[in-house]
Design a protein around this ligand. Structure first.
Ligand SMILES: Cc1cc2nc3c(=O)[nH]c(=O)nc-3n(C[C@H](O)[C@H](O)[C@H](O)COP(=O)(O)OP(=O)(O)OC[C@H]3O[C@@H](n4cnc5c(N)ncnc54)[C@H](O)[C@@H]3O)c2cc1C
Length: 349
């Protein structure tokens, strides 16, 4: 078994599976893979524990009837994965080579190899870059209405954005908030007609066109937002207790461009089950999910990916098993697996 503390070997130890990312998807994949006796290494990345590390209360993760603090939840995920023998490296992957097996990934100072890889690098909410935005995150500034809307019952809040996501978030938030100010810097919304109509006819939503957000105000929590009229330059303030930024998400897939299939935004696309276009490379969580983006769905995807890895390795004869899945289940035949791999695998990136 390989250890991260080993001196850099000439030929790195080959793990059964390398997992890139330590959010709910990566850690859940690690729990399942390690518990299935696969030699498992998690490349945790610089943001140990993923997105939930920057939130306080998580009230919708099953099993915690009183809610749980985000970092505490992720600490439990990590401990559970370690309990079954998953190893951890708290570094970002900076380079990958998926062109031949074993696959290689590099951190800034070391190479790691695995017969399969699960990519669980998540997505990052886009922020506005306001002077006080980061300081007030989790104190009224949020990037997720589904996650945090509940905390704004009978409060006045603002949503920033002009696309369908912003419309959805604004409409969703009317279930809780007394009033929702939708702030958009252009003079018309770019959302679909049906969503625009729903927003514009909702009595709880006030749309502010040609309105840019200059800053978010408040000491311990959000108390208001400072606005600028993009046509007249006039500065004004409104009093709100919450600011939801709904200007989109960016999947963390820069590393895989030209290697793994992705959509125009950069979300990874599966080919068979959770497997990507490169046989042996799997995906899990927000990195491939522009729709649900929840901890529980990411965890579920991590479970699926680990089970897929286990079955795929069995089909390749890489790990012992009583029941070997037919390679045809992965769109390959036993005879063509190697040739097919060579044909479909892209060059190093
Ligand atoms: C403020 C906030 C509050 C939220 N609240 C809730 C909530 O209450 N309930 C809920 O269900 N969901 C909530 N969410 C959403 C939830 O956090 C995400 O859906 C979930 O974390 C996605 O899990 P993931 O494992 O796919 O990715 P992430 O949690 O994004 O984790 C990605 C991981 O990949 C790693 N990584 C990235 N690039 C690299 C690289 N190059 N090399 C190595 N590692 C890399 C990162 O370090 C990180 O560990 C919230 C999100 C935010 C931002």
């Amino acid at each position: 078994m390989a250890h991260d503390s080993d001196a850099t070997p000439q030929t790195p130890a080959v793990y059964d599976v390398l997992i890139i990312g330590s959010g709910p998807a990566g850690y859940t994949a690690a729990i399942y893979a390690a518990r299935a006796n696969l030699r498992t290494l998690v490349l945790q990345g610089d943001q140990l524990g993923g997105q939930l590390m920057i939130t306080s209360e998580v009230e919708n993760y099953p099993g915690f009837e009183e809610g749980v603090i985000g970092p505490e939840l992720m600490d439990k995920f990590e401990k559970q994965a370690r309990r079954f023998g998953a190893e951890m490296v708290p570094q970002d992957v900076v380079k990958v080579d998926f062109s031949s097996r074993p696959f290689s990934v590099w951190t800034y100072n070391k190479q790691y190899q695995g017969n399969a890889v699960i990519v669980a690098t998540g997505a990052s909410a886009k922020w506005l870059g306001l002077p006080n935005e980061q300081r007030l995150q989790g104190r009224g500034v949020s990037g997720c209405a589904t996650c945090d809307g509940f905390f704004f019952r009978d409060k006045e809040i603002a949503v920033v954005g002009g696309g369908d996501t912003a419309m959805e978030e604004a409409l969703f938030l009317t279930r809780y908030a007394s009033r929702v100010h939708l702030l958009h810097r252009r003079d018309s919304l770019r959302a679909s007609k049906i969503m625009r109509q729903r927003v514009e006819t909702n009595p709880k939503i006030v749309v502010h066109y040609s309105t840019a957000v200059e800053d978010v105000l408040g000491e311990a929590a959000v108390e208001g937002v400072k606005l600028r009229n993009t046509q007249t330059g006039e500065i004004s303030e409104i009093t709100v207790q919450g600011l939801f930024i709904a200007i989109g998400h960016q999947p963390n897939t820069e590393l895989f461009k030209g290697v793994l299939d992705m959509d125009e935004v950069g979300y990874l696309k599966p080919t068979v089950n959770t497997m990507t276009n490169v046989p042996g490379i799997f995906l899990a969580g927000d990195v491939a999910d522009s729709r649900y983006r929840q901890a529980v769905t990411a965890a579920g995807e991590g479970c699926r990916a680990a089970i897929d890895v286990e079955r795929w390795l069995e089909s390749q004869g890489e790990v012992d098993s009583a029941t070997v899945e037919d390679p045809a289940a992965w769109g390959e035949t036993a005879e063509t697996t190697d040739a097919s791999f060579a044909r479909r695998a892209p060059a190093a990136h």
